[in-house]
Design a protein around this ligand. Structure first.
Ligand SMILES: [Zn+2]
Length: 156
């Protein structure tokens, strides 16, 4: 949503505290608040530091309690989204492990196929990574930085 400056007759983003041309027309407080709240929610969902985002709010006129509530809500929304992504990754990982297992059974029946052997490696390797990183995200609400770490931390 854009703000109209009645003096300059230009439109500007509520990201500005006042009209960027004349600096004379302040952004209406409600629009400014909505913009900042949305900005902070987006940044947090992209992995922005909640403490820095809280500072951004309080420097722009939010009270401490308002800022805390907004940050807490944004962090928990982001965590639950990350958890459900983790769950989907976990399921995809299990399916890959299943496919890897089936391919392995095919090999065990005596079929000599390079492609099937390659499939076993890919499915079991990828499935293991996806499953572990999915479990990590479900438990912590965080993106697993490197699924290859095989580290599942249980704290928090
Ligand atoms: Zn203006």
């Amino acid at each position: 949503m854009m703000i109209n400056c009645p003096y300059c007759e230009i439109q500007f983003s509520p990201g500005y505290a006042c009209c960027p041309r004349c600096k004379d027309f302040p952004t209406p407080p409600a629009e400014r608040r909505d913009y900042l709240a949305e900005y902070v929610r987006t940044r947090i969902s992209e992995g922005g530091d909640p403490a820095a985002m809280r500072d951004c709010l309080t420097e722009n006129g939010f009270g401490d309690a308002d800022a805390d509530t907004l940050i807490r809500t944004a962090v928990s929304a982001t965590r639950s989204e990350t958890r459900s992504q983790g769950f989907r990754r976990f399921v995809a990982g299990l399916i890959m492990l299943g496919a890897g297992g089936l391919s392995a059974i095919v090999l065990l029946t005596g079929v000599r196929s390079g492609i099937v052997a390659f499939g076993v490696l890919i499915f079991l390797g990828g499935g293991t990574l996806a499953t572990l990183s999915g479990i990590y995200s479900m438990l912590t609400g965080r993106e697993s930085e490197t699924a290859g770490n095989f580290v599942i931390r249980f704290e928090e």
